[in-house]
Write a protein that binds this ligand. Structure first.
Ligand code: PEP
Ligand code: MG
Length: 902
């Protein structure tokens, strides 16, 4: 069969269905599905994403068959609607909308009311019975069309705030000012007629072209412009942020217009089948009487709640749809139930009521924040809608992260000076300096500043700044406004519809209830309550343990995951925190972190400065009690769980001061000359310290260091064991590249351990293993495993040495590498599975060939990264180890890995 480019839907049937998202886009596929389900959808047709690809690859050409297919689908719509496109008596109007495979809210273009011209106006007036309505629709068409088709799609570059749409809005404002009215609805038919004339003149003057009067020209102009908007600036920047491939393309949906602005028996709205902010199983939404869809999201009028349960402070005095149009509300509720049962997920709906008749314009899986995602997944599973497996896969690891996000400290908040209150669109706390434009937000954030983007409302043009900001605050807009939708999708703190803000973006200031804030002033947002404060309030870490849905989901995660989860911790407090988060042991204690305390650093420096072994031993003796005390604390916090402790790793110069003042202070403290210290610093200087005298090389040249550490570990273990603590020390030698290095260090550890246990009169079970972080160690892992009782992959160093990128200096070029697509991601964040991953896989296989029950883990940063965790599961590791706050994400990601790779 030849390619099919156009898919019809309407009248209870459709050529497509929900499974065809790649070809029809999300919107098109779901319009088809709703039609198939018998839900009232205005008829229309979808032009496929294949056409978009063709259009892009041929510099704006269409497949030859397309025109015919469009005409034939158009005729079907005419028949169903009993109207004719461009017909003077009985005219049909169309909307033209984008719709990619995944939702890209507001990032591409839409043109409504296609088909209004001089000839169709009288027919439309006769049909609708309202001349005002027709001229209002016409002025909207001119506004949208000139902006989307004649300016943006034509590639005309304009400065921010200088586009044709803004210029036309200014004309409209002038007219309103002259009349002394505030609302668009206060303009009468004569005003609108005048406005249409002014608009057309302005369009001609600015864009040097007549506004097209031929409906078919309008239609094809709109279709091309929507295809072209796939490559618009904001769509591209959104794709980069969300990782959406450029070659997917968008579909175009051409659909018969229905009007929510045909008078008081018409309305338009947006609804969610469950509350997208809390996840509660309650129908939630907003609508406006006598309005078109864009009015609801634009935030120009305050939207009304669809039902009593959705009312907020700003809508509580306005009647709900439930009260105002109860029959249609009931129909809408039935559709809600039907769609949720069908899709088995929360849906985001758009509807229009035209003169008392309800139409559904869209259904799609609704965006939700982390709190809501977790609750919905658990609730839906308990309602029997989805299985535990599906529930676990429903929540993205980043969404779970939101639950672990900071909140404003309630005590500090109660003392805060509340400036205003808006709608709580994105939960959590956000603290930062006020900026007024998206570009400023991005620039300031690049300088390391924390900013809050304050706007009247946001538009898709602002996404880069919204992304860079800690939080977003808008004066206008409801819970379904652009700012709210985008922030929710990202799990960002956000307050919208904060009407008390009087923003003067040009002067970079905002007045709020008599107070003036300037750019750079600090404010704090509580995105859960909607409160805005004129202070820099302290933030507290989140407390997910109080969330019963989170706890249930995590219980399920633990049931499905195969990987163990450990933590990287160097002190009892972090160990306890990690254990509370569900850690099952410690995968890495970096002992060097214990040497930096003010009470220890002097002894450490004394050891480094010592001229001979005797001097070093003297200083190490002073360090021993500190180390032992730390290990006792950690063993107690991890009672019953394994604790991996690594011997000293960093180059010694890291412990010495570099500046003159600190060197003098050190000299005074140790009673030596400054010259001696300077000379030592000089002698320890290395050209390439990361490849120098560090890791096991320290212990090999100064075995007394390893001896002291082994003694401290085993003494601590013996002493807590005597108190009844179950202790499982695992002593880990870093940075080995040859088996012999491990043989050397292992001998030291065993010799000391046996001696200590004899002295203490108690035996403890312990292991001696190694990190695999040098490529040669991975390549010779079968030999290494002859002596190693466990492996832990140090993928930070392994990445450094496999790529040859310095961990400390790669920041200079890595971001550009990612930007240019030379690297898919920063390999220090997400494990490079194709390269470094091969060494890991090979290391495990070779190691287990020698020692089949070899315990293998990972303790590099990748141990807390969901993609890398999936890899660790696949290559058969026993556990991953990550920082305490990432433990829940790791548990969850491990469960997803197990389900995904079943
Ligand atoms: C590693 O190299 O992956 C590792 C965990 O050790 P460090 O980061 O301390 O070098
Ligand atoms: Mg390392």
């Amino acid at each position: 069969m030849a390619n099919k480019y156009v898919y019809f839907f309407g009248g209870g049937k459709a050529e497509g269905n929900t499974k065809m998202k790649e070809l029809l886009g999300g919107k098109g596929a779901n319009l088809a599905e709703m039609s198939n389900l018998g839900i009232p959808v205005p008829p229309g047709f979808t032009i496929t994403t294949d056409v978009c690809t063709h259009f892009m690859n041929t510099g704006g050409k269409y497949p030859t068959e397309l025109k015919k297919e469009v005409e034939s689908a158009l005729a079907k719509v005419e028949k169903l609607m009993n109207l004719t496109f461009a017909d003077p008596k009985n005219p049909l109007l169309f909307s033209v909308r984008s719709g990619a495979r995944v939702s890209m809210p507001g990032m591409m273009e839409t043109v409504l009311n296609i088909g209004i011209n001089q000839k169709t106006i009288p027919g439309l007036v006769a049909k609708s019975g309202s001349e005002r309505f027709v001229y209002d629709a016409y002025r909207r068409l001119i506004m949208m069309y000139s902006d989307v088709v004649m300016e943006k799609a034509a590639g005309i570059e304009v400065k921010e705030g200088k586009g044709i749409r803004v210029q036309l809005e200014e004309e409209m404002q002038k007219l309103k000012d002259a009349k002394g009215v505030k609302d668009d609805t206060e303009l009468d038919v004569n005003d609108l007629k005048k406005l249409v004339g002014i608009f057309k003149k302005k369009v001609k003057q600015v864009l040097k072209k007549e506004f097209p009067d031929n409906p078919r020209d309008q239609l094809w102009g709109a279709i091309s412009a929507v295809f072209q908007s796939w490559n618009g600036k904001r769509a591209k920047s959104y794709r980069r942020i969300e990782g959406i491939p450029d070659d997917w393309g968008t579909a175009v949906n051409v659909q018969a217009m229905v009007f929510g602005n045909m008078g008081d028996s018409s309305a338009t709205g947006v609804a969610f089948t469950r509350d997208p902010a809390t996840g509660e199983n309650k129908f939630y939404g907003e609508f406006l009487v006598n309005a078109q869809g864009e009015d609801v999201v634009a935030g120009i009028r305050t939207p009304q709640a669809i039902n009593e349960a959705s009312k907020t402070d700003s809508s509580k005095h306005l009647p709900s749809l439930e009260k105002l149009m109860s029959a249609n509300y009931k129909k809408l509720e039935k559709i809600r139930t039907k769609l949720e049962k069908h899709y088995k997920d929360m849906q985001d709906l758009e509807f229009t009521i035209q003169d008392g008749t309800l139409y559904m314009l869209q259904t799609r899986v609704g965006k939700r924040n982390g709190v809501a995602a977790v609750r919905m997944a658990v609730d839906m599973c308990k309602e029997g809608l989805i299985s535990e497996n599906v529930a676990l896969m429903r929540v993205r690891p980043e969404q779970l992260d939101e639950l672990l996000h900071p909140m404003l400290d309630p005590k500090a908040e109660s003392r805060g000076h509340q400036l205003a209150k808006g709608l709580p669109a994105g939960p959590g706390g956000g603290v930062g300096q006020v900026v007024f434009t998206a570009d400023d937000a991005e620039d300031w954030a690049k300088q390391g500043k924390k900013v809050i983007l304050v706007r009247d409302e946001t538009s898709p043009e602002d996404v880069h700044g919204m992304r860079a900001a800690q939080a977003i605050l808008t004066a206008k807009g409801g819970m379904t406004s652009h700012a709210a939708l985008v922030a929710r999708g990202w799990g960002k703190c956000c307050i919208v519809g904060c009407g008390a803000l009087n923003i003067d973006a040009a002067k970079k200031m905002v007045t709020v209830n008599g107070k003036t804030l300037k750019e750079g002033d600090w404010i704090s947002l509580n995105g859960t309550s909607g409160k805005v404060y004129n202070d820099k309030i302290a933030v507290l870490p989140a407390d997910p343990e109080k969330n019963p849905y989170y706890k249930t989901l995590m219980k399920w995660a633990d049931k499905y995951r195969k990987l163990g989860i450990r933590t990287n911790a160097d002190n009892p407090k972090d160990s306890k925190q990690a254990r509370d988060f569900g850690a099952e042991g410690i995968g890495l204690t970096r002992t060097e972190h214990m040497f930096f305390g003010p009470d220890r650093i002097t002894a450490m420096r004394e050891m480094i400065l010592a001229d001979d072994e005797a001097g070093r031993r003297k200083a190490l003796k002073k360090l021993l009690p500190f180390q032992r005390k730390d290990f006792i604390g950690i063993f107690k916090a991890m009672d019953g769980l394994p604790v991996t402790i690594r011997t000293l790793d960093p180059p010694l110069h890291e412990f010495l001061p570099n500046d003159a003042a600190a060197q003098k202070e050190m000299a005074d403290k140790l009673g030596v000359s400054v010259a001696k210290i300077k000379a030592k610093v000089q002698s320890l200087h290395e050209m390439n310290p990361m490849l120098g005298h560090r890791g096991c090389r320290l212990g090999t040249t100064y075995p007394e260091i390893t001896e002291m550490q082994a003694q401290a570990i085993i003494e601590a273990a013996c002493r807590v064991a005597k108190q009844g603590v179950k202790v499982f020390p695992e002593i880990m030698i870093p940075l080995i590249g040859t088996k012999e290095e491990l043989v050397d260090q292992r001998e030291v550890v065993i010799r000391i351990a046996e001696k200590v246990m004899k002295q203490e009169g108690i035996k403890v079970a312990y292991l001696v293993g190694t990190m695999i972080e040098i490529p040669r160690a991975a390549l010779t892992a079968d030999h290494v495993a002859e002596v190693a009782e466990f492996f832990s992959f140090g993928t930070n160093d392994l990445t450094q040495m496999t790529f040859g990128y310095s961990r400390d200096d790669a920041g200079v070029f890595l971001p550009e590498y990612v930007e240019k697509g030379i690297l898919a991601a920063d390999p220090f964040q997400t494990l490079d599975q194709t390269g470094v991953g091969q060494l890991v896989d090979m290391g495990i296989k070779k190691g287990r060939k020698t020692r089949p029950d070899l315990k293998v883990g990972i303790c590099g940063e990748h141990g807390g990264d969901p993609d890398s965790i999936d890899f660790c599961h696949r290559v058969g590791m026993n556990y991953v180890s990550c920082s305490p706050f990432r433990v829940p994400i790791a548990r969850f990601a491990a469960a997803q890995a197990a389900i995904r790779n079943k």
